[in-house]
Write a protein that binds this ligand. Structure first.
Ligand SMILES: Cc1ncc(COP(=O)(O)O)c(C=O)c1O
Length: 361
């Protein structure tokens, strides 16, 4: 069998360890295990979204609306755009892939900040393009001036991840505006805003879509809306870019269940508010504990935090054996750090207790 050369060096994405697998491995019941490894919503999905999926399940023998017309109309109204500006996908992951589809080939380059979401390099490699990683500033935020300097005539995409994963840092309006003023027109700027709901201040990036710039803003229902398992996200972009995305997506890329769930979740503002509150409370809870334990951490605008624990892999194993799944950062070369997604108050307390044990060993 002859396969594509460009995929040979790719290392498959390693997700957070699933609860069921962990339960089997350590001989605990599924209910006893908590997963703080994939930046999921500890409150779960909105009950309205669950109900909508149950209702949609009645029609699951039929193909979904491939154009997701109703959801696109609702999202367009929500953001003050036209449906032509909205492209839903199977999570924002699919949209990252679709953007790579429309822009990347072997002579292309993709720029992202160091320690970015692992799908960016993976997709770049998939298309045989060059991944250009730009060092962050000392406060771990994107160095947008350096990112601008890294742009060449071959640059196709620049990712601005705001807030960024796994660091949790973000840049503000002024820096975004300065970046947008200088970025050349041949580059597609992707604002990946998977965690934007958790940020106290949310820069306006949609104004650049409105202005017709080559910009795509990515949002997801996986995080603040608690619908990671439904696989639904969307891009807000210009009609020209949206049309290209529609060309390369598979005909039924979002399921009828996911479309129904997203539509209902978007209406449940109270659930969103509660979900954001749990995350902000979580950050305070961990900050207090880290200070008490004397641990270095990166203040986060997302629903997770990176903490310097010493031996990240050993900590991961210690907690895993006791039913708490965290995310080691060895894949990023951050061996001393571990990423913790915020859970409920009780879940966080259980995790903090284990970290105390790790520190006192
Ligand atoms: C920065 C960032 N972007 C995009 C995604 C993709 O999320 P999803 O495909 O579930 O929408 C993630 C998931 O962890 C992420 O961290």
């Amino acid at each position: 069998m002859k396969t594509r050369e460009s995929i040979m060096g790719i290392r498959a994405y390693v997700p957070g360890k699933p609860i069921e697998e962990t339960a089997k491995e350590i001989g605990m019941r599924v209910e006893e295990i908590i997963k703080l490894a994939s930046n999921e919503n500890p409150l779960g999905a909105s009950p309205l979204a669950v109900e909508a999926m149950q209702e949609a399940a009645k029609g699951v023998s039929l193909y979904p609306d491939g154009g997701a017309v109703a959801l696109r109309e609702q999202l367009a109204e929500f953001h003050g755009f036209a449906p032509e500006n909205i492209v839903p996908g199977a999570g924002s992951s699919e949209l990252i892939e679709l953007l790579a589809h429309i822009c990347l080939e072997s002579d292309g380059e993709l720029i992202a900040a160091k320690y970015s979401f692992t799908l960016y390099p993976l997709m770049t490699q998939l298309f045989g393009a060059k991944y250009v990683e730009v060092e962050n500033k000392t406060d771990y935020t994107h160095d947008t001036a350096a990112m601008l300097r890294a742009i060449t005539p071959n640059t196709r995409i620049v990712f601005i991840t705001n807030p960024t994963n796994p660091l949790g840092t973000m840049i503000g309006q002024e820096e975004i505006d300065a970046f947008m003023q200088a970025v050349p027109e041949h580059v597609l700027v992707v604002f990946d805003e998977a965690y934007i709901h958790f940020a106290e201040e949310q820069p306006n990036t949609l104004k650049y879509v409105r202005a017709g710039r080559n910009v795509a803003v990515l949002r997801t229902f996986s995080k603040a809306y608690g619908l990671a398992g439904a696989r639904i996200g969307y891009a807000i972009t210009t009609p020209t870019i949206a049309e290209l995305l529609h060309k390369v997506r598979s005909p039924f890329n979002t399921s009828s269940l996911a479309q129904a769930a997203a539509a209902a979740a978007l209406r449940d503002e109270e659930h969103l508010r509660r979900s954001v509150r749990v995350v902000r409370d979580g950050m305070q809870q961990y900050e207090a504990a880290f200070r008490e334990m004397g641990l270095e951490y990166i203040p986060s605008h997302g629903n997770f935090v990176l903490v310097k624990i010493g031996d990240g892999t050993a900590t991961y194993r210690y907690c895993l054996q006791r039913g708490v799944i965290l995310r080691p950062m060895t894949g990023y070369g951050l061996h001393e750090w571990i990423r913790i997604s915020f859970g409920t108050r009780d879940q966080n307390e259980r995790c903090i207790q284990l970290l105390r044990e790790v520190c006192s060993r």
